[in-house]
Design a protein around this ligand. Structure first.
Ligand SMILES: [Zn+2]
Length: 409
């Protein structure tokens, strides 16, 4: 299970930098609105309740878009959130927590606060005020803008801290990433793959007929859409596991094109082949490997960038079995540091990624990020060189072409 958390890291890394699209505010009722922006086929949904008590915001989106979302809220309602609820810890739902300052009260499952300060998120550097102040572990009830809002934990499929947020009077339910409308689910831990179906059933049994569900991504769902989603889960999992249990390998199973009837489900964040791989990984033995980022973060904070590479190899040589060693982790740190304008540190991580994984599928993105970092430092020559190297590996990359055009003019 080497690839636990892999998609979380790489997937977000791959979809990043497509920001700048329009923010859409869609009215669901007099008081409840869906707020989202497009990133290709992958949209992140947020929900606003606005009324006499103020503004409540469910999820805050990716860090890159957070300022735009904040401005859109300010423009539409002339105020900022009093309360923020995070449906779970993932960075595309919590990444904007910090742009609202110290004012809003943040509510989430009890695991979110702890998790946002370590591992995968350590280089995101969540300031203390952007971490949930109200932490619950089972359920809680809020009264806001004239209605009862029920928060309920429903853990274990998409993440270990998923919650539902139910506006009882409006009959609108925010379900985070527990179910999608017409797409394969995404997950953090392969063990969660088999949990989607029972959890979706539990959700189905809990809700009335005429409810409207807003997922964390893609289109809203009605109750009957859960039946379709569950059927897809049960059928695709059964098809893949039947072959797996006959001893077929991942590549052989992919070659069988078993999921051809569900091709359209693979057009979002999670492709059909990744879903097949996820189902297979759900069968593999558990291990307790972790990310080495906490260790590298300490060195980064000590200010001595020259020691980062030495620390990395110290961990790799002495504690190899304790950690995940996969491509994309170092590059994702580079990307976060570029966002913080820490260009020199970003280059250290990106060069290490290049050195360790020169033939990674994502090598063109490493060059792209190196180009961004050198451009940030004002070294346009090296920036151009890196962008051109990236373009050689990915000749159709729109974002790299745009960067080259900018620098050549
Ligand atoms: Zn998520």
């Amino acid at each position: 299970m080497k690839r636990k958390m892999f998609y979380l890291i790489i997937g977000l890394f791959l979809s990043a930098n497509l920001f700048g699209e329009e923010i859409i505010i869609e009215k669901l009722t007099e008081k409840i609105f869906k707020v989202y922006y497009h990133r290709g086929s992958y949209t992140t949904n947020m929900v606003v309740s606005y009324g006499e008590d103020g503004l409540l915001l469910i999820d805050t989106g990716q860090a890159e878009e957070a300022e735009d979302v904040r401005n859109a809220i300010l423009e539409k309602w002339n105020c900022l959130p009093d309360i923020i609820i995070n449906t779970h810890e993932h960075i595309d739902h919590t990444g904007g927590n910090n742009v609202y300052g110290k004012e809003p009260l943040i509510i989430a499952d009890a695991l979110v606060r702890r998790n946002l300060t370590s591992g995968n998120y350590v280089f995101d550097e969540f300031p203390d005020y952007s971490l949930p102040q109200i932490n619950f572990s089972d359920s809680m009830t809020l009264y806001f803008n004239g209605e009862q809002i029920k928060l309920m934990s429903l853990h274990g499929s998409h993440s270990a801290n998923d919650i539902l947020v139910w506006f009882k009077k409006s009959n609108i339910l925010c379900i985070g990433d527990i179910a999608y409308n017409g797409y394969f689910p995404s997950y953090e831990d392969p063990k969660g793959v088999l949990e989607f179906s029972p959890i979706v059933q539990e959700l189905y049994n809990m809700i009335p007929e005429n409810i409207l569900m807003v997922p964390g991504h893609y289109d809203n769902l009605k109750k009957e859409d859960l039946t379709v989603f569950k059927k897809m889960l049960d059928t695709t999992i059964n098809l893949v596991l039947t072959e797996y249990k006959k001893g077929k390998t991942k590549d052989e199973i992919i070659g069988l094109k078993l999921l051809k009837d569900w091709e359209s489900y693979g057009k979002g964040y999670f492709s059909t082949n990744l879903w097949i791989e996820a189902i297979i990984m759900s069968q593999e033995a558990e291990n307790n490997k972790k990310l080495y980022l906490d260790e590298l973060y300490k060195v980064y904070k000590s200010g001595d960038l020259n020691k980062i590479e030495a620390k990395y190899y110290e961990l790799k040589n002495n504690s190899y079995d304790e950690y995940f060693w996969i491509d994309g982790i170092l590059a994702s740190v580079g990307q976060k540091l570029i966002q913080k304008k820490q260009y020199e540190a970003a280059i250290v991580f990106l060069n290490l990624e290049r050195k360790e994984y020169p033939n990674s599928l994502y090598a063109y993105l490493d060059f792209y990020l190196l180009g961004k970092a050198y451009a940030g430092l004002g070294d346009y020559q090296l920036a151009l060189e890196n962008f051109r190297n990236g373009l050689k590996l990915s000749p159709d990359s729109k974002r790299i072409k745009e960067e080259i055009k900018k620098l050549e003019n």
